[in-house]
Design a binder for this molecule. Structure first.
Ligand SMILES: [Zn+2]
Ligand SMILES: [Zn+2]
Length: 369
């Protein structure tokens, strides 16, 4: 007989849990039900014998001291039934009992689109959800005409059936959910025609959803108990409403900030002007100061998006693009040349300092648009 520790592939100082898990792993691979090959069966026998000794502290000690560990060849008489069960099923032997017909329902997820306005100021929506609801015909019992489930004749209400297989290591017992009652321990002899015994049916439900100010794409609103009703009328799961915010025509959102692009004529940038822009709060006047450069910004406080967790609103950033005329009439050109002369601007004279890359490239960089 080979060394018992080698047989299990564990160190000599392995603790009980290591020994158990090593055996469990090997037993799964080598069990005759899985692998009937004679050579494998021989190995299974060896592994099981090693486990029998090493899993018992007294026998293990005797073995370590040079004894046989109480082993008599292939005699497994001392091998407790529970030990095998324990090794195979991780201590979950027997007594699991029938599973309840009434179980908790699943959560449901629905996505809804909102406009930027709705995301900023909040709204209320009436949505239609198709979901599982309790069957009213049978009061979610699944039984027709006030009848009751009866105890399963096959498993006698245990919900599982056990099979005992005799093998050379003794008896191996396996239990599986009873096929007659699907593990419930009871059968419904007269199922409800509406729900076929499930206790629930699919139906469209209208649900009112309050969307708070400040939501953004990916936010989920949890509606407790508005998900699917469980089998047998079990408590409903939750309904999650996920927000998808539509892009605005010209306002670009960045968290609680809004950005707006504004093009103004060169002369307005030089001389200064007041421009009325559309915002979420309606037309708003924005002051462009004299000498405004292309790519500069004007901040309008408080006209951004509402902060979801309170604390007011973000700001609106107006990005200014100065439009340089590309075609000039003769007299305009004359005028500008005269203007340049007055300023002492010489053609061909350029300032080599790094110029700002301009509004659009900055805007695109910042928002990946
Ligand atoms: Zn029903
Ligand atoms: Zn049964």
């Amino acid at each position: 007989m080979a060394d018992l520790y080698d047989a299990l592939g564990v160190a000599r100082d392995a603790d009980q849990s290591e020994i158990k898990s090593a055996y469990r792993k090997l037993a799964r691979e080598l069990h005759p039900d899985v692998n009937p090959d004679p050579h494998t069966q021989e190995r299974f026998k060896e592994v099981t014998a090693a486990y029998e000794v090493l899993s018992d502290p007294q026998k293990r000690q005797r073995y370590d001291m040079g004894g046989s560990g109480g082993m008599g060849g292939a005699n497994f008489g001392g091998f407790g039934f529970g030990d095998i069960m324990d090794a195979f099923f991780g201590g979950q032997t027997g007594g699991r009992g029938p599973r309840p017909r009434m179980r908790e329902g699943q959560d449901a997820l629905i996505r809804i689109e909102v406009s930027l306005d709705e995301a900023c100021f909040g709204t209320e929506r009436e949505i239609t959800v198709e979901s599982a609801v309790a069957c009213t015909k049978c009061d979610a019992t699944g039984c027709a005409d006030g009848s009751d489930p009866t105890v399963c004749a096959i498993c006698k209400g245990r919900g599982e059936t056990q099979q005992v297989t005799r093998s050379f290591i003794g008896q191996v017992m396996t239990s599986r959910p009873c096929a007659n009652c699907q593990g419930y321990g009871t059968v419904i002899p007269n199922p409800c025609r509406e729900c076929a015994g499930d206790g629930r049916v699919r139906a469209r439900q209208s649900v009112s959803v309050k969307i708070p100010p400040g939501v953004e794409t990916g936010n989920r609103i949890q509606l407790s108990g508005r998900g699917e009703v469980g089998p047998g009328g079990g408590p409903a799961g939750d309904l999650y409403v996920e927000i998808v915010q539509r892009e605005h025509e010209f306002l670009v959102r960045d968290n609680d900030m809004l950005h707006l692009a504004l093009s103004i004529p060169m002369t307005a940038a030089v001389l200064g002007t007041k421009v009325t822009v559309e915002t979420l709060d309606g037309p708003t006047e924005v002051e462009v100061k004299a000498g405004t450069q292309s790519g500069s910004t004007v901040l309008v406080k408080g006209l951004g998006v509402t902060r979801l967790r309170g604390g007011g609103r973000g700001d609106l950033v107006v990005h200014i693009e100065v439009l340089i005329p590309s075609k000039l009439k003769k007299d305009e050109e004359e005028l500008l040349k005269k203007f340049a002369e007055m300023r002492g601007d010489k053609s061909g004279q350029v300032d080599m300092k790094r110029q700002d890359s301009g509004f659009f490239s900055k805007f695109r960089d910042a928002f990946g648009r």
